[in-house]
Ligand binder design. Structure first.
Ligand code: SF4
Ligand code: MG
Length: 333
């Protein structure tokens, strides 16, 4: 069956000023050849360190920034650059981390939610907005006339979710959408998001630095490093085996949920390399404990661990033909 969303070889390079007097222009390879599919009703979690390109990927999906190369298909139709931004933005909605910055401080809650529906010419924007307010847990009779500054962070994030849903989207991209909330509020909003996904038949792309949150809500996890996808797998599979050395480091740095096992393993050493001039071959080789000569010379291609497996990885350790001394043996324990 066909994926709902299909992303192919997405690229976005940002020019930045550098050099003496800022005269030379360098390009930051924010997103460099990212491909993935998302099935209808699925949640795809995207993880990686800050600067890995996950937020840029999100912005490319909703058309907030324009891609340099690649294609995005929704329901088999290409969202070409010529397509009106409005149509694109209605089907794919986004919820950001900063609940306050995404709301107009001078608009009432009700107007903020109804606004998008009004712009799109949808039926009964106010009725829609009131029903969604009730659905996200904010009584419209009490909250409709209030302003963003009168609400808590959790309430504002509920409003932002309602603002996304008022457009009847197919896909909702959530970029660190619960990261600013207290743990108890975070759990409530996550539960709300899961309920809404089932109720409205939504498909989520859930971006977060918090692996436990991503595990809770996602069906599959995509791991990015320096603008590239290095691993992609169903949640249970990646939890059982982190096939890419980078993914293994990320998971090792995560505080354990088990109170008897709070020993934190050594986190990743060193900073990510400069994205203006990423290392040749495997971009992770400057930080990888298993780097061999072939890793500096050849770029590993993302592919299934074994033929037909939904667990994909881009690392020479897993390719018997790569020429890596440990090729085909996977990541040592
Ligand atoms: Fe490490 Fe080489 Fe695998 Fe890259 S390809 S992650 S450097 S072993
Ligand atoms: Mg980000």
């Amino acid at each position: 069956d066909q994926p709902l969303l299909s992303v192919r070889d997405l690229k976005k390079h940002f020019p930045i000023k550098g050099g003496i007097l800022g005269r030379t222009q360098a390009m930051v390879q924010a997103v460099d050849g990212v491909s993935f599919d998302v099935r209808a009703g699925e949640t795809l979690g995207i993880v990686g360190e800050s600067g890995c390109g996950k937020s840029t990927t999100a912005k490319l999906l909703i058309g907030l920034v324009d891609r340099d190369e690649g294609d995005i298909e929704l329901g088999g139709k290409s969202l070409g650059r010529d397509i009106s931004l409005r149509a694109l933005r209605r089907d794919i909605q986004m919820v950001f981390q900063d609940s306050y910055a995404s709301l107009n401080p001078r608009m009432t809650i009700l107007d903020s939610i109804a606004f998008g529906a009004r712009v799109q010419g949808l039926d009964d924007p106010v009725g829609r907005a009131r029903r969604l307010m009730a659905r996200v847990g904010l009584d419209p009779d009490r909250f409709a006339g209030r302003y963003p500054h009168e609400l808590s962070g959790g309430q504002r994030q509920r409003i932002n979710i309602a603002r996304a849903l008022v457009m009847s989207p197919k896909v909702v991209v959530l970029d660190e959408a619960v990261s600013a909330l207290d743990k108890s509020v975070e759990a409530q909003v996550l539960n709300l998001l899961s309920d809404l996904r089932a109720e409205f038949g939504l498909t989520y792309i859930f971006i977060s630095h918090d692996l436990n949150v991503v595990r809770y809500i996602s069906d599959r996890i995509l791991v990015m490093y320096l603008g590239e996808v290095v691993e992609l797998a169903p949640v249970d599979m990646i939890w059982a085996e982190q096939a890419h050395p980078y993914t293994r480091s990320l998971f090792s740095a995560m505080p354990s949920m088990d109170p008897d096992n709070r020993t934190q393993k050594p986190p990743l050493t060193g900073d990510p390399p400069n994205p203006i001039d990423p290392p040749p071959g495997c971009r992770f080789h400057t930080r990888c404990a298993f780097a061999a000569d072939v890793c500096k010379a050849r770029h590993p291609v993302l592919g299934p661990m074994v033929q037909g497996s939904p667990h994909w990885v881009a690392c020479h350790l897993h390719d018997p033909a790569s020429g890596h001394p440990r090729a085909g043996q996977g990541v040592p324990a």
